[in-house]
Design a protein around this ligand. Structure first.
Ligand code: HEM
Length: 422
């Protein structure tokens, strides 16, 4: 009987599995072809038209900004970089994508910023109404008066560390990894602003909880998954998401979760803490739940520290490698410092009066924009005709900041050169 059943199963498989498999393959090929056809009229790398693996590979190699820069140079203002992904360098179109009440909506790419199952944050919302509502709830926390004092305290720590450990003199040369110190600075500062509890990496002069190492290891994977919608869906199911979402621990992003959770708990149990004019208190007093506040502060730390560190690194590199800019800048800063007492950190309003410093910062952000993600938006139902080219509805259109900032049309023929005077 058992043998007969096994025999029947074998016959069934041989009769039906091969045709079934063939049908599946045929279905897959047809699907791929139809997906290819939708945007076949757009130029772009051939492989990218068929598979998201083109995008995934370029992100894996950590040079997607350079690869899409080359794509835009070669294929023009509207090019295809994935089966459903288009990249644009058209500034007017980008204004339209980003505008308030734009008909374009946030794509599933933003979902990749979801840090906990079922809990969205300001970056991960794809529903524009919910996103706008959350922005309104958060915006008071980004204009707090006391942030300048917090920033100054971390500037003083950075300067103090350099003076204590890294000043070269006639007795010897001290080497310092400036790129690492500004990461410590940016992380401590943003954590302090967001939660009131920095890691104190600058004080200890080390990546204390290996947060920087942990994010450097994990962010490229998160960026890749943002371009694999099926992987994102699987990873965010209620069975898998709890296993992979960062949870409180003594290490890396887990340590940020731990601190944010404890800081929210303190505000629940201690009324005097609720009165503090910091970001967390502002989140909580604007109708955000405790769980949401935890993840909003984490996303602020993730989004604010790395961008800030990149901006500082790039600006200092450009200044140090351009003697002309360095001399001009130092003389402008000295003109201000003569009116300040020794060791006083100039206020934000004072440094805003230094035109060459402002131009230097802006020029650095132009030549080396810290955020090179494409931030794709979705075309409205029914599609749109852009500069005579029809783009069907539900297509992702991302922007290419690296290209726009280096475009000779936007910034003259020397667009690739760092020149604050421009
Ligand atoms: C030079 C430094 C920075 C750069 C270049 C930068 C860049 C950006 C960009 C391009 C976005 C838009 C993403 C999108 O919605 O498509 C964004 C959003 C955001 N950034 Fe920054 N950022 C910087 C510093 C910071 C800092 C210091 C903080 C926090 C203290 C921060 C917190 C946020 C938050 C919360 C959002 C989400 C806003 C929203 O979706 O409405 N950023 N940032």
């Amino acid at each position: 009987m058992e043998l007969a059943s096994l025999y029947d199963v074998a016959v069934f498989i041989s009769n039906y599995s091969i045709p079934g498999f063939t049908v599946l393959i045929a279905y897959w090929i047809l699907r791929q072809y139809l997906s290819y056809r939708r945007l076949a009229h757009l130029p772009g790398p051939t492989f990218a038209a068929w598979s998201n693996l083109w995008l995934v590979r370029t992100i894996w190699n950590q040079q997607s900004h350079l690869d899409v820069y080359e794509v835009s140079k070669k294929y023009g203002p509207l090019a295809r970089i994935g089966p459903n992904d288009v990249i644009t360098t058209d500034v007017r179109l980008i204004h339209r994508l980003q505008a308030v009440r734009s008909p374009y909506t946030r794509s599933n790419w933003y979902r990749g910023f979801r840090l906990a199952p079922g809990i969205d944050n300001v970056l991960s919302f794809t529903d524009d109404n919910l996103h706008t509502k959350r922005r309104a709830q958060l915006s008071p926390s980004f204009s707090l008066q006391n942030q300048e004092a917090i920033i100054d305290s971390h500037v003083a720590r950075l300067v103090g560390l350099i003076r204590k450990k890294y000043v070269s003199n006639e007795n010897g040369t001290k080497l310092m990894d400036f790129a690492q110190k500004v990461q410590f600075f940016a992380l401590d500062m943003v954590m302090d602003i967001a939660t009131g509890s920095p890691f104190d990496d600058l004080v200890h002069d080390e990546d204390r909880y290996e947060y920087l190492k942990n994010t450097a290891d994990s962010l490229p994977t998160i960026a890749m998954i943002q371009y694999l919608p099926w992987a994102g869906k699987i990873l965010q199911t209620r069975w898998i998401a709890p296993l992979i979402s960062p949870s409180a621990s003594e290490y890396g992003i887990g340590k940020v979760v731990d601190i944010a959770t404890r800081m929210v708990d303190v505000r629940i149990t201690d009324q005097s803490e609720t009165q503090k004019a910091d970001m967390l208190s502002t989140f909580l007093s604007n109708g955000i739940t405790h769980q949401e506040a935890i993840y909003e502060s984490i996303v602020t730390i993730l989004g604010g520290s790395d961008t800030m560190a990149i901006a500082l690194r790039a600006t200092m590199l450009f200044i140090m490698t351009n003697p002309r800019v360095y001399i001009k800048l130092v003389s402008e800063i000295l003109s201000l410092s003569s009116s300040l007492s020794h060791d006083t950190i100039p206020s934000a309003s004072q440094v805003r009066t230094l035109p060459y410093l402002q131009a230097t910062i802006k020029e650095s952000l132009r030549v080396f924009p810290p955020g090179t993600g494409q931030m794709p938006k979705v075309t409205p139902t029914g599609g749109e005709t852009i500069n005579g080219i029809f783009i069907p509805g539900a297509t992702n259109i991302g922007s290419n900041p690296w290209f726009i900032m280096r475009s000779q049309d936007n910034f003259r023929p020397d667009a690739e050169i760092f020149r604050p005077e421009r």
